[in-house]
Design a protein around this ligand. Structure first.
Ligand SMILES: [Zn+2]
Length: 99
């Protein structure tokens, strides 16, 4: 039998995931799983937003009224694209070596 003390109200609960008194989740394994899932979702969401933000940033400067800014934006974009391509190539190379 598992006796778990509720961290919220201090009630002792037996063989339940939720506190019988205040309904707090007291199954720590389950709680960790839920928190992990939440943080994973949050991370995926943030990464997506970051990608969109950097893309919008480069798009904005590529249409800038000053030619110099556009050139710099294109240069950064080209370097970024090249780095991405090299990264993909290295990843592919490692896959080939491993296989
Ligand atoms: Zn409780």
């Amino acid at each position: 039998m598992r006796r778990i003390k509720c961290p919220n109200c201090g009630t002792y609960n037996e063989n339940v995931d939720y506190c019988t008194n205040c309904n707090t989740l007291i199954n720590f394994k389950k709680r960790r799983e839920i928190e992990f899932k939440k943080s994973e979702q949050k991370r995926a969401h943030n990464e997506q937003q970051d990608d969109e933000k950097s893309f919008q940033w480069i798009e904005k400067y590529k249409n800038h009224k000053f030619l110099l800014v556009r050139i710099v934006a294109y240069a950064i974009y080209s370097i970024w694209a090249a780095v991405m391509a090299i990264g993909t190539f290295i990843a592919w190379l490692f896959t080939m070596i491993a296989a």
